[in-house]
Design a protein around this ligand. Structure first.
Ligand SMILES: O=C(O)CCC(=O)C(=O)O
Ligand SMILES: [Fe+2]
Length: 268
């Protein structure tokens, strides 16, 4: 794994709100990730079929197949995802003291999938911060044809925590009703080779194109929360039992549900 970060890369992330790291993984590591994600997604989909679960409604179900918290259900994913090296990369880029995993999700954009609308991640999460980041690993070459990511550089500096904006609604550009001042920002087009990753500030506007190819575009992502963040009231994917035990303002530090990937204080 290519974990060296230059000062230039850190500055780019801080200034733009995202960073693409080309070929983070070796070919062997990429093969392990593909095997683990394929296996875990299949397990989850088979289980959903057994329980007759639908994939949700309307537009959103044709954006991607989304399988959440695979690290809790699959040993291979657990081993790959809870890698302190990934936590350290995120910690160094975000300039925080450490990072916890809030949740993971596999994002499989199937052939003819809809675009992923422009959105911000953090406003939907149980904590509000400009320092959260998402690790987004592509398991296939992500191209303009099959739904690569796009970013609006610098928008993490002026975005707001309310309203949520974006993802579940119809219309790729709904967010611009809330942020008309962003409409003229030229998007960064993030085509990436398989095994490359992006770190995406939770407050930067991002999107992905439709998949206009006959093969799926597979990605695996992890939402990473700086250690010490406090609960703001939203459940998102927190388990009921944990959610019900929380008061607004509590520090989010449950190691069972929010494992600490890396902390400077623990490793110093
Ligand atoms: O993989 C994609 O299409 C985008 C995913 C994304 O933005 C998210 O999960 O928040
Ligand atoms: Fe997102």
């Amino acid at each position: 794994m290519n974990t060296t970060l230059s000062n230039q890369q850190i500055s780019f992330y801080q200034e733009n709100g995202f960073l693409v790291i080309d070929q983070l993984l070796s070919r062997i590591e990429l093969a392990s990730w593909r095997e683990a994600v394929d296996e875990a997604v299949k397990q989850q989909l088979d289980q959903a079929k057994t329980h007759n679960q639908s994939r949700g409604e309307s537009y959103y179900k044709y954006v991607f197949i989304q399988c959440v918290n695979l690290w809790k259900k699959n040993e291979k994913i657990r081993h790959l995802a809870l890698d302190p090296r990934l936590g350290k990369l995120a910690t160094d880029l975000a300039g925080v003291s450490g990072m916890r995993l809030f949740h993971d999700h596999a994002l499989i954009k199937e052939p003819w999938a809809n675009p992923t609308n422009w959105h911000l991640d953090n406003p939907s999460d149980p904590y509000y911060t400009r320092r959260a980041t998402m690790f987004w690993l592509t398991l296939d070459d992500a191209t303009v044809q099959n739904g690569c990511l796009y970013f609006l550089p610098g928008t993490h500096q002026t975005s707001r925590f309310e309203p949520i904006g974006g993802l579940g609604r119809e219309g790729v550009g709904q967010i611009f009703q809330e942020y008309p001042e962003w409409e003229q920002i030229e998007p960064y087009v993030a085509e990436m080779k398989a095994g490359s990753c992006a770190f995406i500030n939770g407050m930067v506007a991002h999107a992905a194109g439709p998949n206009m190819t006959t093969k799926p575009r597979r990605a695996f992502a992890m939402l990473l929360m700086p250690e010490g963040e406090t609960f703001k009231g939203k459940q998102s994917v927190l388990p009921d039992e944990y959610f019900n035990s929380l008061q607004v303002g509590d520090v989010l530090e449950n190691n069972e549900h929010l494992p600490l990937l890396y902390s400077r204080s623990e490793t110093a």
